[in-house]
Design a protein around this ligand. Structure first.
Ligand SMILES: C[S@@+](CC[C@H](N)C(=O)[O-])C[C@H]1O[C@@H](n2cnc3c(N)ncnc32)[C@H](O)[C@@H]1O
Length: 310
């Protein structure tokens, strides 16, 4: 079997990119190699592996869960079934944070804290932290990262990425409901969390400090009734906890904004992603809950409203 024969079959399923990437993965090569070697005869063992994995791909199983890698904002993150696969549109959130930071006058000694709520693989918080160091010259010792998620399994993946990108010494990983594992929120809103992944003190140093605080979140935003725009493959293979949030998908954000109001902590910068048809609903939510904030919406690369920066 030649590469070209395999690609011809994949073309019929409209999955040529997936086939090239899968072949590259199995051959320990990149896609360009596959592209440039259509005449190459594939070893039988590799072809058998390909066939087995192709059955999964045909069932819309994400390729990234097979390769265990997903590129995000120019870096390769480890991913597996425990986390949502980082999406290209979420790169826009990182980009917007960087743009907003570009408008700030940052002292060399500025201490910055990046808090990623619903961190999943950690792709947003880690990318923001690395970009702050690489593009803004923020020193590592002046940077703190908090990655929090309600899913312990997701945090295990985040931890792999924290280690991978050398941020272990400045990152805390916290398990719990939205802001509650990282700061005091009204107990009437959120009960105290039980499990904490790392043996840090429960209440974090978010409070009473002069650090610049950047809060980023891409919380689940698919609704069970409204805004139910999820594809079947995504629903079937990616963690439900990462996708759904109440009837209209906005329950997690509603709760987060309540917590923010309650905590009385002022974040210097906040960035949130939402679904491409939720701008109006999200705007209403922000106006009610974060009325003192100035905010602006941004679009993704497809030109769809995708998030807000405040
Ligand atoms: C849409 S995924 C985003 C993951 C990652 N930030 C990204 O952009 O790829 C949402 C994440 O929020 C987490 N999550 C859901 N409900 C949560 C809650 N109440 N508190 C904290 N995290 C939550 C999920 O486990 C999931 O990892």
């Amino acid at each position: 079997m030649k590469i070209s024969d395999i690609l011809t079959l994949a073309k019929k399923q409209n999955k040529i990119l997936e086939a090239e990437l899968l072949l590259g993965f199995l051959l320990n090569q990149n896609r360009v190699f596959v592209f440039a070697n259509h005449g190459l005869e594939i070893d039988e063992n590799i072809y058998k592996k390909f066939q087995k994995l192709w059955l999964k791909i045909s069932d819309n199983y994400p390729l990234a869960y097979i390769t265990k890698l997903k590129e995000f904002y120019g870096r390769e993150f480890y991913v597996d079934e425990r986390v949502l696969i980082p999406r290209p549109e979420t790169e826009c959130l990182v980009e917007e944070v960087m743009k907003a930071m570009g408008c700030q006058l940052l002292a060399v000694s500025q201490k910055v804290k990046v808090i990623d709520i619903g961190a999943g693989s950690g792709c947003i918080g880690i990318s923001v932290a690395l970009e702050l160091m690489e593009k803004f010259g923020i020193k590592k010792e002046n940077l703190k990262v908090i990655l929090s998620d309600i899913s312990r399994e997701a945090l295990e993946v985040a931890k792999i990425n924290v280690d991978k990108f050398g941020l272990k010494d400045i990152t805390k990983i916290r398990e719990g409901d939205l802001l509650s594992p990282v700061m005091t929120v009204c107990s009437s809103v959120i009960p105290a969390e039980a499990g904490i992944l790392d043996p840090y003190e429960r209440k974090d140093s978010c409070e009473n400090r002069n650090d610049m605080k950047i809060l980023v979140a891409n919380l689940p935003y698919i609704g069970s009734k409204k805004y139910n725009f999820v594809q079947n493959g995504v629903k079937k293979h990616e963690p439900g906890l990462a996708l759904f949030s109440g009837d209209d998908g906005l329950d997690s954000y509603r709760k987060l904004f309540e917590q923010i109001k309650c905590s009385k902590i002022k974040f210097n910068l906040m960035a949130y992603e939402f679904g491409d048809s939720q701008k109006e609903a999200f705007e209403a939510l922000i106006k009610v809950n974060l009325s003192e904030c100035q905010f602006s919406f941004y679009k993704d690369l497809a030109g769809l409203w995708r998030g807000v920066i405040a």
